[in-house]
Write a protein that binds this ligand. Structure first.
Ligand code: HEM
Length: 108
């Protein structure tokens, strides 16, 4: 389902097209920085995926690919997970924030 061996996380040579690593192949879609963080209690829990990129396109095309668009295999991970919500956030660089505060006549 993931496309890697379980004991040592080595990428499979012949991974299935619907494996998660094939669906989000960074050589194909572009590089992202990502973190999965578990949350919740014994009765209600899950994992929160966060992906960072200086360009929105790799994240968008990875999500489309996971959904099987356009005309591809749906990511096998989606058979074991239930997405609850999702959003894109824009995080300005420190330089851009400093320029914006300077333009507004503020020093902090
Ligand atoms: C519940 C949600 C998710 C889980 C549990 C999950 C889990 C995993 C796991 C176990 C791996 C393989 C281990 C590794 O390569 O480090 C992986 C790889 C990856 N995942 Fe996810 N993932 C989730 C959602 C997503 C989403 C929504 C995206 C993109 C929008 C994404 C992008 C990636 C990428 C880019 C890789 C590395 C692929 C490569 O080897 O090039 N994941 N994920």
């Amino acid at each position: 389902m993931i496309g890697r061996t379980k004991p040592d996380s080595v990428e499979l040579e012949d991974k299935p097209a619907d494996s998660h690593v094939a669906s989000t192949d960074q050589d194909r879609f572009g590089k992202i920085f990502r973190r999965n963080t578990p949350y919740g209690t014994v009765t209600e829990h899950g994992t929160m995926f966060v992906g960072f990129c200086s360009d929105q396109r790799p994240l968008t095309t990875m999500l489309e690919s996971m959904a099987g668009l356009p005309g591809g295999a749906r990511d096998a991970l989606t058979r074991y997970t239930r997405p609850l919500t999702g959003a894109y956030y824009f995080i300005p660089s420190t330089d851009a924030l400093l320029r914006a505060t300077a333009a507004a006549g503020r020093t902090t």
